[in-house]
Write a protein that binds this ligand. Structure first.
Ligand SMILES: *Cc1c(COP(=O)(O)O)cnc(C)c1O
Length: 382
């Protein structure tokens, strides 16, 4: 139920973001089915739950069964913690582990200890640092260990991993909860790097027989059981983005994005529309100005490229997207279906952020994580 205050804010908003938590949970269950009963499914909820709001996404995922969360920054872990404390039964919260991918560079060991958040150790130096923290605290301290198998981003490079293997005492006092690596090309099933990384990770995990191993992101899950190990680590597929580019999306849409028409302009003589006079109307047209722009994450790259929907009618974005506004060609829309105050859909009802991303020359991840703070956000299906 929304309060009168909330519905007033919803009516005033220039844009609306509707997030279907039931679809989010259903996507989680779909991924659990894909990996089968013997494998756990964690969730990546970094970047404010991929832009959808960690305050609601985190607790909804915990409700669906997630017990291991991955964030990038330490403060994201704190926000997740308070969201869980507010909305999740304490017995469930007690069973949840939050891992910070950016590791001990992201915050001092004492902060991790104080907040009961687990670092992902990304280098030999961090292993040593956590080992020392354990000695100082006089108890074993939980952490994940990230080994790089070909991403060349975070994690122990091969030479550091070999050094660690020849001096395993450095791990003393570290309660390894997860050993992990990350795929670079999981969305390209035929890319040879997948198999190379898999072979490298199999060797690594063989040295940690008792530690849960985690390898697959969303797309990695669909590379098949060899890639599943003990814990999958999807993010984007939970939020409805297609983990199988070029194939049918197995996930449900989670996000609906709408913008409000502010004004209509009847054009009868040739004239230009918007900044830079970048769009030239050749003849009679009707233009709708909508209260969403690049400051809301509707990327400027969508100028003259994006589309919107009124009911099932697809319309074109014309001219440049500006900071707070975009223009639509509503010439073919019956007058009473596009009036000031009408909300138009800015995501394709079937393909969601994915097709908008393609039009902008980017990926659904960037569309979702760019969504701005000015939308009225409504959460359904909790
Ligand atoms: C973001 C991230 C994930 C989740 O990836 P998706 O492609 O969104 O499923 C998993 N592991 C690591 C290390 C990540 O950075």
């Amino acid at each position: 139920m929304s309060s009168p205050l909330q519905s007033a804010a919803a009516a005033r908003a220039g844009g609306r973001l509707t997030i279907d938590l039931a679809a989010l949970k259903s996507n989680y269950r779909r991924l659990c089915e894909e990996i089968g009963p013997g494998v756990a499914c964690a969730a990546a909820v970094k970047a404010d739950g991929y832009g959808l709001g960690i305050g609601r996404v985190g607790p909804a995922l915990a409700d669906a069964g997630v017990r291991r969360f991955f964030v990038a920054h330490f403060d994201e872990a704190l926000r997740l913690k308070s969201a869980l404390a507010a909305r999740t039964p304490s017995a469930v919260v007690a069973a949840c582990e939050i891992f910070v991918l950016n590791g001990l560079i992201a915050a001092p060991s004492a902060d991790y200890l104080g907040e009961d958040v687990r670092p992902v150790l990304n280098s030999l130096g961090e292993v040593d640092q956590w080992h020392k923290a354990s000695a100082a605290a006089d108890k074993a301290l939980p952490a994940a260990l990230h080994v790089d198998t070909g991403m060349c981003r975070l994690g122990l490079p091969d030479n550091e991993f070999q050094t660690l293997m020849s001096s395993r005492a450095r791990l003393k006092g570290i309660d390894l909860r997860v050993i992990m690596s990350h795929l670079a090309c999981a969305d390209m099933p035929d890319h040879p790097l997948n198999q190379q990384q898999l072979a490298a990770f199999k060797e690594i995990r063989a040295a940690f027989a008792d530690t849960p191993a985690s390898f697959a992101n969303s797309s990695g899950i669909f590379l098949g059981p060899d890639y599943h190990f003990d814990v999958a680590r999807p993010g984007v597929a939970l939020y409805g983005i297609n983990p199988l580019p070029g194939r049918v999306n197995p996930m449900r849409q989670v996000v609906r994005l709408q913008g409000k028409i502010l004004q209509l302009r009847e054009i009868d003589a040739p004239q230009s529309v918007g900044y830079g006079a970048a769009y030239q109307a050749a003849g009679p047209m009707r233009i709708a100005t909508v209260a969403v722009g690049y400051a809301d994450g509707y990327l400027r790259a969508l100028s003259d490229r994006g589309h919107a929907w009124i009911g099932d009618r697809r319309i074109d974005v014309v001219g440049r997207v500006s900071m707070d506004l975009l223009a639509l060609d509503v010439t073919a829309i019956p007058g009473d279906a596009a009036v000031p105050g009408t909300f138009v859909d800015l995501f394709d009802p079937e393909t969601g952020a994915d097709s908008l991303a393609a039009e902008a020359g980017t990926i659904g991840y960037e569309i979702l994580t760019s969504l701005g703070q000015r939308y009225h956000r409504e959460y359904l299906g909790d």
